[in-house]
Design a protein around this ligand. Structure first.
Ligand SMILES: Nc1ncnc2c1ncn2[C@@H]1O[C@H](COP(=O)(O)OP(=O)(O)OP(=O)(O)O)[C@@H](O)[C@H]1O
Ligand SMILES: [Mg+2]
Length: 463
């Protein structure tokens, strides 16, 4: 299984030599896993040496065939022997914690492993070797996790990137990748990242937030959620707009749960994040260029292909460029009930950005034609925002009602009214109906969702 151990082939002992404690700060271990590590770790040198030794001694090619407990046993044996040879001692708890770290190094992503295992963390942001931030409940906090040096961090980045057949080096200093568990990763290194390698991880949520959970979190009001359910069932084309990390993909996923399971769906994403529950789904993912700079497959390529796959509905994870043109064509040509997200700060901005993206396809499109396509193809725009207290909210649900002159006309159906901030910094406010009955109301009545006639009256709605 492993290469032979040390030359002297003394029996490796899995128990550490006891006695004099080596001063090593114990990590807190909620749910059995450590969350953060001390910056000034007196065992840094020892760990580096042990790690180098393990890389030399273990047969790395068979690691994936070996059980974790066997590997732990082997590593414990090697480490105990190493300590004994050097006459060093370590208390049992510290030794076990060291084994955890070494296992993480050998099998996983080193210091990032505890953060990846912590379910309360949604994003991990590494700015160089010793500035590691995480996002919990919408707010960023700095951890004391750190990497030994830049080589250590680069090795972890390389491990992530090479596991999905991609590369990162000076000539191609940034890359998008995905971890085995589906988490989305972006890495960027020198020379572009001036202060050292940077890594951004959006953790994949194994249990995505469904509409009932979003309601529980107060992301929107019950009448608004019912309206959205009716809109999806009634096959409205929907654009979900929001800033970075505002919950666009989460909302798209939640809305997709209302899609008729008999509908054939094709999803197109740069990194597959959507988790549709239906059976009839074809998932497509783009591909970056290879080392020779060829072979790139864009969202637009996939969208054009998707149109030949007899989809009932198409979902594009996020429109960023000229695929917006084809998305709009699809929405206008019988793929009703298609949805996508867009990066914009207001619903009005979302429409302007969409216009710009459509014209990126080239050719001489009169803006009037683009706008009339948007007015005819899109029915709803949802605006999401992350508030100053970290909570994510639907801040408006607007209906596109047509074109007046060369302006795409929109009316708000629901809006989030902010009413101040309490002493703890929590934003106070509630989602309200604007009192406008949507034009699509009659069409939605046939969707099977019971919308109360007063659902759109200006009543107090607790968000
Ligand atoms: N209403 C919500 N309440 C609490 N957490 C939420 C809510 N919506 C989304 N989240 C969490 O916020 C994080 C970011 O969400 P999501 O990936 O949907 O954002 P995004 O706008 O698509 O981000 P990006 O711009 O990076 O694509 C995820 O961890 C998600 O679980
Ligand atoms: Mg997203």
């Amino acid at each position: 299984m492993f290469k032979s151990f040390n030359a002297s082939s003394r029996p490796a002992k899995a128990t550490p030599p006891s006695a004099a404690p080596v001063s090593r700060q114990q990590r807190p271990e909620p749910e059995g896993r450590p969350v953060a590590r001390p910056v000034a770790d007196p065992n840094n040198g020892l760990k580096t040496e042990l790690h180098t030794l393990l890389l030399e001694q273990l047969n790395l090619t068979v690691l994936d065939k070996v059980s974790k407990s066997d590997l732990r046993h082997e590593i414990s044996g090697l480490s105990a022997q190493f300590l004994q040879d050097r006459g060093q001692q370590m208390p049992s708890a510290a030794f076990q914690a060291l084994m955890d770290e070494l296992l993480d190094e050998v099998l996983g992503l080193g210091p990032l492993e505890p953060l990846l295992a912590d379910p309360t963390i949604s994003d991990i942001l590494v700015n160089g070797t010793d500035k590691v931030f995480v996002e919990r409940r919408g707010l960023l906090e700095r951890t004391d996790v750190h990497f030994r040096d830049e080589r250590h961090l680069l090795r972890i980045i390389d491990k992530i990137v090479s596991s999905v057949g991609r590369r990162i080096d000076e000539s191609q200093p940034w890359v998008d990748a995905r971890l085995e568990d589906g988490s989305r990763v972006n890495a960027i290194i020198r020379p572009c990242a001036i202060d050292g390698p940077s890594l951004s991880i959006r953790k994949f949520s194994r249990t995505p937030l469904h509409m009932d959970k979003l309601l529980e979190h107060g992301a929107l009001s019950k009448p608004a959620a019912l309206f959205l359910e009716a809109a999806v069932k009634g096959r409205m084309n929907i654009l979900i707009s929001g800033g970075t990390g505002s919950g666009k993909t989460t909302m798209l996923n939640a809305l997709s749960a209302f899609i008729d399971p008999r509908h054939r769906m094709v999803t197109i994403e740069d990194a597959a994040e959507l988790q549709l529950q239906q059976e009839h789904v074809v998932r497509l993912e783009t591909r970056p260029a290879n080392a020779e700079g060829t072979g790139r497959i864009t969202q637009r390529d996939l969208l054009i292909n998707a149109l030949r796959m007899r989809p009932d509905r198409i979902m594009v994870g996020e429109v960023r460029g000229n695929e917006a043109f084809d998305m709009l064509q699809a929405m206008n040509t019988g793929h009703d009930g298609s949805m996508t997200t867009i990066h914009a700060n207001t619903a009005r901005d979302a429409i302007s950005r969409l216009e710009q993206m459509v014209t990126m396809v080239g050719g001489d499109f009169p803006m009037q034609a683009v706008r009339s396509q948007i007015a005819a193809g899109l029915q709803l725009v949802l605006q999401l925002n992350r508030l100053s207290d970290g909570r994510r909210k639907v801040t408006s649900i607007s209906e596109i009602v047509g074109l007046e002159g060369d302006t795409v006309m929109m009316q708000d159906i629901f809006v989030f009214k902010k009413m101040g901030v309490d002493d703890d910094g929590n934003v106070k406010g509630r989602m309200m109906a604007t009192g406008v009955r949507p034009h699509c109301f009659e069409a939605l009545m046939s969707s099977g969702v019971k919308l109360a006639t007063d659902a759109f009256s200006m009543m107090d709605e607790v968000a």
